[in-house]
Design a protein around this ligand. Structure first.
Ligand code: ADP
Ligand code: ASP
Ligand code: MG
Length: 453
């Protein structure tokens, strides 16, 4: 059996939905089809939620636009006499959505649980439409309700999938008598019973979870580009699709900002050694990128990516020199913050920590509280966060065996007058990350891409 995931742009036009139907017809294997919400709908749901929480009644207009978008799409895609009760289904979802938004509006507060319910309607509606379309064009199709099957639990304040319970649910509910099964992406349920989601971009992860649970022969991620490129093709005009790369490289790249794969997706397929291929729904005959355990050794560097909205914390003071335990206390203070890069020079005079700008204030408060005594004694300087930075990462397994890669990168950046604020290389040598000012981000990405490819 195989699992195919279609992203938002792939389920938003008549042309691509026809392509989906044709793609499914080409295979004789059992197939699970995981779809995202129609493109931009999750953003619109977030916008409606925010408006309602802010007491802005125009959340109702956003809701009406979402409803119309789905009705128009149904009319474009499916003839009237074949629509059945599909519009009624959409109407019922919108009515439930309005109820939750109304509650948020009256409370003037968007709780985490209300947020999860609100954003989950995108996938519920899109998958209902795709299910109907495929039932008409591809024969008998089954539906697995991921919102009851994918079970999450809270880990460090975030929802993550309880893999063993979820796997059991998938095995119990998947019916192989149906050649095609539609299972919505992104949506899930907490162990405690309330609605949850797998995070923005999470439909890729849903698909990987189904693939791993059912030992799929392949996981196909169908999107709007022809694979994983040497850089984001929207940011670098000359970027080229890569033929193949390893799981480790795909994981590194997705962690460092390449949106084409949602980072948690890699682990379930890596565990089961299931090949993953990234394909283009708009150009179904393009080869795409194959991700397996094997890298393409002819390309030591695979891809560049950038991450914006980064903050840098610099922890300095005489109290750092020769004192053991300081770094331990620093990282303990940062236990609830996702630390992206850490760097300490051997003079031990400062430690730099790179985090998302959204976490900056929380991190500053936590560190200043932990080192209150040392700060008052002037052993350590009060910490501040500098924002306006980006991370530029180069990723490739071959970097460890090829000398001069970083030198080449620094020369290219230097020649273009781009100031480097911090450099970090993990001991795996799978990536080199460079912190630069955000205003230099696009120029830096393009000049490195040109230097290497
Ligand atoms: P989907 O809705 O299908 O999940 P996404 O928008 O999440 O699609 O991911 C596809 C997008 O990822 C592409 O349109 C592209 O702009 C972006 N992207 C970022 N980095 C890369 C890369 N290295 N290769 C290909 N696409 C990339
Ligand atoms: N619809 C969700 C999002 O936009 C999940 C996904 O598309 O993967 O984030
Ligand atoms: Mg995506």
């Amino acid at each position: 059996m195989k699992v195919l995931k279609f992203g938002g742009t792939s389920v938003s036009s008549v042309e691509t939905v026809r392509n989906i139907s044709e793609i499914l017809k080409k295979s004789s294997e059992n197939q699970i089809v995981v779809c995202s919400a129609l493109s931009k709908v999750t953003n619109m749901l977030e916008e409606a939620a925010k408006k309602a929480a802010d007491g802005d009644v125009s959340y109702k207009e956003v809701c009406a636009q979402i409803e119309k978008r789905h009705y128009d799409f149904i009319d474009e895609l499916i003839q009237k006499e074949q629509q059945g009760d599909l519009k009624q289904t959409i109407h019922n979802h919108i009515a439930s959505l309005e109820k939750v938004l109304e509650a948020v509006y009256f409370l003037n507060e968007l709780s985490q649980r209300a947020y999860y319910i609100i954003v989950s309607f995108g996938e519920k509606m899109s998958n209902a439409i795709i299910f109907r379309y495929l039932t008409i064009h591809n024969g008998s199709v089954n539906y697995l309700d991921s919102s009851q099957i994918i079970i999450t639990r809270t880990v460090n304040g975030k929802e993550d999938v309880n893999r063993s319970v979820t796997n059991k649910n998938i095995l119990e509910n998947w019916n192989k008598d149906y050649k095609i099964t539609v299972a919505p992406g992104f949506i899930s349920k907490s162990e405690k019973g309330y609605a949850t989601t797998l995070g923005r971009g999470g439909s890729d992860y849903t698909a990987a979870i189904y693939a791993a649970a059912l030992d799929a022969s392949i996981l196909e991620i169908w999107t709007d580009v022809s694979g994983i490129y040497t850089a984001d093709p929207r940011k670098v005009k000359d970027a080229q699709p890569l033929e193949k790369m390893s799981y480790k490289e795909a994981l590194e790249l997705s962690n460092l900002g390449a949106k084409v794969i949602y980072a948690p997706t890699v682990q379930p397929v890596l565990e089961k050694n299931i090949p993953m291929v990234i394909l283009n729904t708009f150009r179904p005959d393009d080869k795409g990128t194959l991700v397996t355990v094997e890298t393409d050794s002819s390309k030591p560097i695979k891809s560049f990516s950038t991450m914006d909205n980064i903050a840098m914390l610099t922890f300095t003071g005489t109290g750092l020199v020769g004192n053991s335990g300081i770094a331990g206390r620093l990282f303990n203070a940062l236990k609830d913050v996702n630390v992206i890069i850490i760097s300490q020079a051997c003079s031990e005079m400062s430690i730099s920590v790179v985090i998302s700008a959204a976490d900056a204030q929380k991190a500053v408060n936590a560190i200043n509280e932990e080192f209150d005594f040392e700060i008052r004694k002037n052993y350590i300087k009060p910490i501040t966060a500098e924002t306006g930075y980006s991370i530029l990462a180069m990723v490739g397994e071959g970097m460890k065996n090829a000398a001069g890669m970083t030198g080449k990168a620094f020369t290219a950046l230097g020649e273009n007058n781009i100031n480097i604020h911090l450099i970090a290389q993990g001991s795996s040598e799978l990536n080199v990350s460079i912190v630069i000012k955000t205003e230099d981000s696009s120029k830096a990405l393009n000049c490195l891409h040109e230097a290497f490819f």
